[in-house]
Design a protein around this ligand. Structure first.
Ligand code: BGC
Length: 737
């Protein structure tokens, strides 16, 4: 197995072991364990924290409530991550080094290190697989520790209300239950490695356009049943050490000084015991933010300039922030450090094992690539029979795409990548991977810039595999669902030349596919991670039977979305076919610089709920995904707390089906027609049947009652739907409550 990995990994392992002594020698020194009673590991973290807080001077307290500036500004105290919570050496508290790590640890190359690029979080959600999500978190947690970080800045669970959001690749799709459960498992896996987990960006930071000035307007009921439900599930199930508040405003107040979001909901209702950390420079005030529930300012600045430094001291003196609140802020940070294990078992620093990470990354890519279309069983390809293949577009001769911004992972051998710089491609070559599968076939590559020449190669080949891509990044949204540059034109021309055309999409989220009827097959591989091409080849040639299902609806066009134009942006530019090469990025939208409202008038109707309520046909529904085998559903027995049914593999290959359970609420609830309430991923040999029982959590069948400020399971008739996608539910039943 290992022999197959490219020489990059061997080189990295070698380089890493040479550098490691030097690198970690520069990393912050471990603290001498002092004798204080708080070092008694048998005491609960809260008690240990109380003992420490009693010993601390005010200056020591303030020193941990703000960072000292991002990256370089931290100078010697930084380990190279995005921020630091300073330690208190006198009391044996180490600094908490914070590293971005949404899809792998960021900025490793800068310090001569390596980190595994995993498939995007949205891809992970497409696997609908809790143990895989746990493994995803484990990889990140392990590699954080290896690089001597104590905390992750990762695990985004913002709902995909806006399919053009530039950060959708970092999030877990449009459904709160799928997103919440996926991210909960990810954080559990991460925290199992004894590092502090983080869930972000709390809340409703669902678009990048004007993210610092947009004010999201939504009722409590809608927020609780949609975006906040994803946070509620992931936070309650994983108990992350940190929650990062977001840049935007919610109903008039910035998220990082929003009493409802932070004090009332997160801390009081959900009982969150950890640290509310600001997104970078999202602390807008001192007393207001502190009293609304923000605990730690990042990346902060030296005390004289930090909002939670000297300014907080003044606010304490002025009686605007009581000492009890300051102690609570400090307590939260310290109890989190104890609870996570970073004090008792500090990360010592090790060379990252690139093989182990790559193996997980490939497995996750195989489980998360969604087969969207497969007319006449064009796939899987038969290596013994295929004679010639044209591979076209998207640097498919050399590499696969990754997502940008603070989720960017540095490529092996490619050096450090720049925030806001060009899209970063990872050395995993689809051309080589396909050649390795079909050594006797003639496999040729064309970059797709000259559409006519690409189509000519497709015509001369037995089949064509066209790669299309859309780089996305933090800081900007896609102006449109349309693929940028000449890519739609390219696919249409190739498909016209050869109907045996397979389209491979490398996107951060949904894309419009005006050519879908003319192609033979289409597969969404997202940003597939460091072994993306190898995973894809296994699917194309049937070594892996695809089982992933879309975690988001793919609309036919922007016009079908609740908001055809993104709030705060100029109208999408008219596409200029042929002017831009296939691999080029989307043009950044023009930002509207005056504050504006983001009025989500679709309310509860997010994603598939919008399309079903409005009777609009999307391109592909939430939950859709094909297999090389077929499944039949039967025998539904439904109750209000569980449903039982049977799934049979009616084809000739072993495969896995993600059987999905949806509910329609009583008419009085006034809800969209269907909502996801549970699922089970079932492995089946050919001809095999399994009967499964899916438990239904009462909250997922409830509405949020604003007057009672609580969930309410209404009396009445519930419809239960079971099947292979949100639009294909062959089993139905009614249940009375
Ligand atoms: C992003 C966060 C990130 C932070 C630190 C911000 O711009 O929104 O997701 O963790 O920077 O890099």
């Amino acid at each position: 197995m290992r022999g197959k990995y490219s020489r990059w990994y061997a080189a990295i392992a070698l380089l890493g072991s040479v550098l490691v002594a030097g690198v970690f020698a520069q990393a912050p020194q471990r603290q001498q364990a002092p004798k204080g009673p708080w070092m008694d590991k048998s005491l609960p973290p809260d008690q240990r924290a109380d003992l420490v807080v009693k010993e601390m001077t005010l200056d020591e307290k303030l020193s941990i409530l703000h960072g000292r500036g991002g990256f370089q500004a931290e100078g010697a105290i930084s380990n190279g991550g995005a921020g630091v919570v300073q330690g208190v050496p006198r009391l044996g508290l180490p600094p908490i080094q914070l590293a971005d790590s949404a899809v792998g640890v960021r900025a490793a190359a800068e310090r001569g290190r390596y980190a595994t690029l995993l498939p995007s979080t949205v891809a992970l959600a497409a696997a609908w697989d809790s143990s895989l999500a746990f493994e995803y978190g484990e990889v990140i947690g392990r590699e954080l520790r290896d690089q001597q970080y104590q905390a992750s800045l990762g695990a985004g669970v913002n709902l995909m209300r806006e399919p053009r959001n530039g950060r959708n690749f970092e999030y877990a799709g449009e459904d709160p239950v799928l997103a919440g459960k996926t991210v909960a498992q990810l954080v559990k896996g991460l925290q199992s490695q004894k590092v502090i987990g983080d869930i972000k960006h709390y809340a409703l930071n669902d678009q990048e356009t004007g993210r610092n000035i947009g004010n999201v307007k939504l009722s409590k009921r809608v927020m609780r049943e949609t975006d906040l439900l994803a946070f509620e599930i992931s936070i309650l199930e994983s108990q992350p050490g940190m929650v990062m508040c977001s840049y935007n405003k919610v109903n008039g107040d910035f998220a990082c000084e929003n009493d409802y979001l932070l004090n009332q909901l997160l801390k009081k209702t959900w009982g969150f015991k950890g640290v509310v950390v600001s997104d970078w420079n999202a602390t807008h005030s001192t007393a207001k933010a502190a009293m609304a529930g923000l605990d730690c300012e990042q990346p902060g600045a030296p005390a004289e300039r930090a909002r939670f430094g000297d300014a907080l001291k003044k606010a304490i003196d002025a009686g605007e922030v009581p000492m009890s609140r300051v102690d609570d802020m400090v307590h939260r940070i310290i109890r989190t450090a104890f609870a996570s294990g970073v004090v008792d078992e500090p990360p010592l620093g090790r060379v990252v094992d690139p093989f182990r990470g790559a193996e997980s990354s490939q497995k996750i890519a195989e489980q998360s690539s969604v087969l969207l279309k497969n007319a006449n069983a064009l796939l899987p390809l038969d290596a013994a029979r295929v004679q010639s293949i044209a591979i076209i577009g998207s640097k498919a001769d050399t590499s696969v795409l990754s997502g940008g911004g603070s989720a960017q992972v540095d490529p092996p051998g490619g050096g450090a990548s720049r925030f806001g710089g060009p899209a970063v491609w990872f050395p995993s070559s689809p051309l080589k991977a396909v050649r390795a599968k079909a050594p006797k076939a003639k496999v040729e590559f064309h970059d797709g810039v000259d559409v006519k020449a690409a189509a000519a190669l497709a015509k001369a080949s037995q089949l064509a595999i066209v790669f299309v891509n859309e780089p996305t990044t933090e800081g900007r949204d896609m102006p449109s669902l349309n693929l940028s540059g000449n890519q739609n034109e390219l696919v249409s021309a190739v498909a016209a030349a050869n109907p045996r055309t397979i389209v491979v999409l490398e996107t951060g989220g949904p894309a419009a596919m005006p050519w879908i009827d003319s192609v033979g097959a289409a597969i969404e591989i997202w940003y597939p991670g460091v072994k993306g091409a190898e995973a894809l080849a296994n699917i194309l040639f049937g070594d892996v039977n695809p089982s992933a299902k879309l975690p988001a609806t793919f609309a036919k066009s922007d016009a079908d979305l609740p908001h055809p134009v993104i709030f705060g942006s100029a109208p999408p530019p008219t596409p200029t076919p042929a002017a831009v090469p296939a691999a080029a990025g989307a043009a950044p939208p023009r930002f509207q610089m005056t504050p504006f409202d983001i009025d989500y008038t679709e309310g509860l109707k997010v994603g598939y709920k919008w399309f079903q309520a409005e009777n609009k046909q999307p391109l592909f529904y939430f939950g859709h995904g094909l297999s090389y085998t077929t499944f039949a559903y039967s025998g539904l027995k439904a109750g209000i707390d569980s449903v039982t049914f049977t799934v049979r593999n009616t084809g000739k290959r072993a495969g896995a089906e993600v059987a999905q359970v949806y509910a329609g609420l009583p008419a009085a609830a006034n809800e969209p027609p269907k909502r996801l309430v549970g699922w089970e991923k079932i492995q089946l040999a050919p001809g095999e049947s399994k009967t499964v029982t899916v438990k239904l959590e009462p909250k997922f069948l409830s509405i949020f009652n604003e007057e009672k400020d609580d969930w309410e399971l209404l009396a009445g008739e519930y419809r239960i739907f079971v099947g292979g996608s949100s639009a294909d539910t062959p089993l139905t039943a009614s249940v009375k409550r």
